[in-house]
Ligand binder design. Structure first.
Ligand code: NAD
Ligand code: TYD
Length: 353
């Protein structure tokens, strides 16, 4: 089949990546979509089971830290665009083991940039390297203000420092080698397929199993939550309409104190599970705070809204309900991830292909 473009999506077996891959595979049959993922604990091909037979979808098990693996990937395909999501993504893991974050998020990104530079050479017409980043690079806000595209970087965790470093490298490669690059910085995502180490799926799983819900510190830290499909639609828009060299902030304009969010989730779960109102709130357990815990994130996404016409769709209660419904319907997904059965799934599906 003749494809109009070949697009590399890294980290496509992860939470956000799987939504982006599905969207691109379904909406753009004229594109060949290559999903390159190492399949760490956070990568799960089950997230893409519904599209794996599509003619325009290709999976490559690739570690972006491995230069030889990247060279092989770029020898096999000529890419017109890269959407780079592969990363170590969990702040708590970055605190207990920062090295992996430096390797994947910084070295892995440089390996991709070098590969793109050498494949695209001096003619980058129609090409784009799109780097997916986080609002955490801007640091922590107090009560007032928002992160804009020009807020100075001030990362405070090993995770956000490694993402900040990769953002700088992407922009520096764009500037120095004239590679068309775009960066977006998004707020906290939630929705189906999120690994149950992050707050919302962890709480859903614990509430379901009537286990304590760990709330760090006093539960007063604030996050700006965005439904994952809204992030995915923003990525689609920026990839197609964004201007090379630009940065776009993506956020839900949806700030919640952790404790208020957990209470709302408890109410939704009580009703879904036919439990007496107030049952799940009893599971709330305050635990020792995260070291260096950022107080507040809040994104100003007016540039993306005004220049590219993006807007998020579900309101938070609706988005949370969709998320809870998904986790309650997909108990096997959750159990297999937790039990590690997923490796077996991978071997069955892909060995010998
Ligand atoms: P995730 O942890 O769910 O998925 C990461 C994916 O990257 C996994 O499939 C994993 O197997 C893959 N990966 C990890 N190391 C790799 C390596 N060395 N080589 C190849 N693949 C590797 O993460 P996510 O939450 O989906 O986040 C995706 C991207 O979006 C990340 O870059 C993250 O920084 C960014 N982001 C996330 C959020 C959020 O709220 N989750 C918000 C803003 C930005
Ligand atoms: P998390 O989902 O890890 O995202 P991030 O740290 O990237 O914002 O955490 C969201 C918020 O919830 C953050 O303030 C830390 C807090 N939190 C808890 O209170 N308990 C938990 O068990 C987890 C995982 C997070």
């Amino acid at each position: 089949m003749n494809f109009k473009k070949t697009i590399l999506i890294t980290g496509g077996a992860g939470f956000i990546g799987s939504h982006v891959v599905r969207r691109f595979v379904a909406r753009y049959p004229e594109y060949r979509i290559v999903n390159a993922d190492k399949l760490t604990y956070a990568g799960n091909l089950e997230n893409l089971a519904d599209i794996e037979g599509r003619e325009n979808y290709f999976f490559e098990r690739t570690d972006i830290v491995d230069k030889k693996a990247i060279a092989d990937l770029f020898a096999k395909y000529r890419f017109d665009g890269v959407i780079h999501l592969a990363a170590e993504s969990h702040v708590d893991r970055s605190i207990s083991g920062p090295d992996e974050f430096v390797q994947t998020n910084i070295i892995g990104t440089v390996n991709l940039l070098n590969a793109v530079r050498s494949q695209w050479g001096s003619d980058c017409t129609g090409k784009l390297f799109y780097h997916i980043s986080t609002d955490e690079v801007f640091g922590s806000l107090s009560k007032e203000g928002y992160f804009t595209e020009t807020t100075p970087y001030d990362p405070k965790s090993p995770y956000s420092a490694s993402k900040a470093s990769s953002d700088h490298l992407v922009r520096a490669y764009g500037h120095t080698y004239n590679i068309p690059v775009v960066v977006s910085n998004c707020s906290n995502n939630y929705g189906p397929n999120q690994f149950p180490e992050k707050l919302i799926p962890l709480a859903i799983n614990n509430i379901k199993n009537q286990k304590p819900i760990p709330v760090y510190g006093k539960g007063e830290n604030i996050r700006d939550w965005l439904y994952v499909e809204d992030h995915s639609s923003a990525i689609d828009l920026i990839f197609h309409k964004g201007k090379a060299g630009e940065t776009y902030n993506i956020g839900g304009n949806n700030e919640w104190k952790n404790i208020d969010l957990i209470r709302l989730l408890c109410r939704i779960m009580d009703s879904k599970l036919d439990r007496l109102e107030g049952t799940s709130e009893k599971l709330i357990t305050y635990v020792k705070d995260r070291p260096g815990h950022d107080q507040r994130y809040a994104i100003d996404s007016s540039k993306l809204q005004n220049e590219l016409g993006w807007s998020p769709i579900p309101d938070f209660a609706k988005g949370l309900e969709l998320t809870v419904d998904w986790y309650l319907r997909n108990t096997q997904w959750l159990e297999r991830i937790i039990s590690g059965d997923y490796e077996k799934y991978y071997d069955t599906m892909y060995s010998g292909r």
